[in-house]
Design a binder for this molecule. Structure first.
Ligand code: PMP
Length: 425
């Protein structure tokens, strides 16, 4: 396999930007096809975080000293950068969280709890990640609301019509992934939002798998809330975003009470809290994480989000076609490769064994149910192998995946015990 840097049609040598691609894994560099789990980080992001810690580090909003003011500026500039990246109307609509999971939980508990009454409905789709399923399930259990699930079709695709058919006058909240993390399905989220709004429901979009592969414009979508994680878009771990329309954020409750969200506090007298987004960010925030996320957005914009989308889709389509052509290999979904993901199963071989075999060839994939057990159950398999592509991947890597799958053999894991899902997530 050619391991020379490949431009992938970008104006710069992308592979040279990612130090980990030069790592030595048993004598060879990693073939990293687990980008949907987390992407690698370019030195532009690492450098920005390093510079923050070396030159600006302090706590935000706490002091009049120079470093504290610098840290505050960097943090708030990052918020504005995020707002521009997703076309929010301003930084006041951007809440920093630790990731998509926290963002969804924040909406469920901080917004949904007050909104829902017994008998109301929350509508999700049949392809959701546990992070966009379990918060709603629990909220429904606690409020007496009903959790409804819009089924996906036999290809794992979600049609706007099927979704709309599940809407009712009791639907208060709709929560849907923009892109499925299991098989990269791109959902018709714009149509879903329009139909939901026509019934008066609020829409929460799980954009965790979308932001690295497509331009997201929250105003054009008219999303009420949009959740994503920095670490899946070349940014750092431990930082995420909740975008919320200002009017919705203003109605929300904070989940954490503490420092940084207070205007006036006392033991039993008046308590005046800061407005959003600071209301939802009590405690010392992950300042370096926000700085790193802003740098990741600069990086993606420099490559060109449209170019990134085309690159990732091209490799996904190439891998999917190669796998589909193999006897005994089932490729799930991936009718459209824009999600950057190809999920597949090899007849008679447990996905963990396929994953081990790929790993022995230096190829990193994810295997199992991908934190979406009900959806994977609906596919009728114990799990899948998921290859997911990013800006530094090459056609040679996609081909190596396809070739290596051909030599996979049955190994340790037994398909007779489909409930053994020790890495279920
Ligand atoms: N939703 C989707 C679609 C995801 O792919 C993921 C990450 N696997 C999440 C939510 C959760 O993201 P995080 O773990 O960063 O909170």
């Amino acid at each position: 396999m050619a391991t020379e840097p490949s431009s992938g049609g970008f104006h710069r040598d992308v592979r040279a930007d990612f130090p980990i691609l030069a790592a030595d894994l048993d004598g060879r560099p990693p073939v990293y096809l687990d980008n949907a789990a987390t992407t690698q980080k370019p030195r532009q992001v690492l450098d920005a975080m390093h510079a923050y810690y070396c030159q600006d580090n302090s706590n935000v909003g706490r002091s009049v000293h120079t470093l504290s003011m610098r840290a505050t500026d960097r943090y708030e500039q990052a918020r504005e950068r995020v707002a521009r990246f997703v076309n929010a109307s301003g930084g006041n609509e951007i809440v920093f969280t630790k990731g998509t999971t926290e963002s969804v939980n924040l909406v469920a508990e901080g917004f949904g709890r007050e909104l829902l009454r017994a008998g109301d409905e929350v509508l999700i789709s049949g392809l959701e990640h546990h992070s966009n399923l379990l918060p709603w399930r629990r909220l429904c259990e606690r409020t007496g609301a009903v959790l409804k699930v819009a089924a996906v079709d036999e290809h794992g695709e979600l049609s706007a019509a099927a979704f709309s058919a599940q809407l009712s006058d009791r639907t208060r909240i709709v929560a849907v992934a923009h892109v499925s993390n299991v098989q990269g399905t791109v959902t018709p989220v714009g149509e879903v939002i329009e139909a939901a709004h026509a019934r008066g429901a609020v829409v929460v979009v799980d954009g965790a798998q979308a932001v690295a592969h497509r331009a997201v414009d929250v105003q054009a979508l008219d999303a009420d809330f949009y959740c994503f994680s920095a670490h899946k878009m070349y940014g750092p771990l431990g930082t995420g975003v909740l975008y919320g329309k200002a009017g919705h954020l203003a109605r929300m409750e904070a989940l954490l009470m503490g420092g940084g969200m207070v205007r006036r506090a006392s033991y039993d007298g008046p308590l005046t809290l800061a407005p959003p987004p600071h209301l939802m960010e009590s405690g010392t925030p992950n300042i370096a994480g926000a700085v790193g996320l802003a740098a990741a957005m600069d990086y993606l914009d420099d490559l060109g989000v449209e170019r990134v989308a085309a690159h990732d889709a091209e490799l996904t389509a190439r891998a999917a076609a190669g796998l589909r052509a193999q006897d005994g290999v089932t490729v799930f979904g991936a009718q459209r490769p824009e999600g950057g993901i190809v999920s597949f199963a090899v007849d008679g071989i447990h996905p963990y064994d396929v994953g081990n075999h790929l790993n022995n060839a230096g190829i990193a994939t994810r295997t199992g149910v991908h934190c979406a057990m009900p959806f994977v159950d609906s596919l009728g398999v114990v799990g899948t192998v998921r290859a997911s592509f990013g800006v530094y991947n090459t056609a040679e890597e996609a081909d190596l995946l396809v070739e290596t799958v051909k030599t996979a053999e049955k190994g340790f894991w037994s398909l007779e015990h489909p409930n053994d899902r020790s890495l279920a997530g």
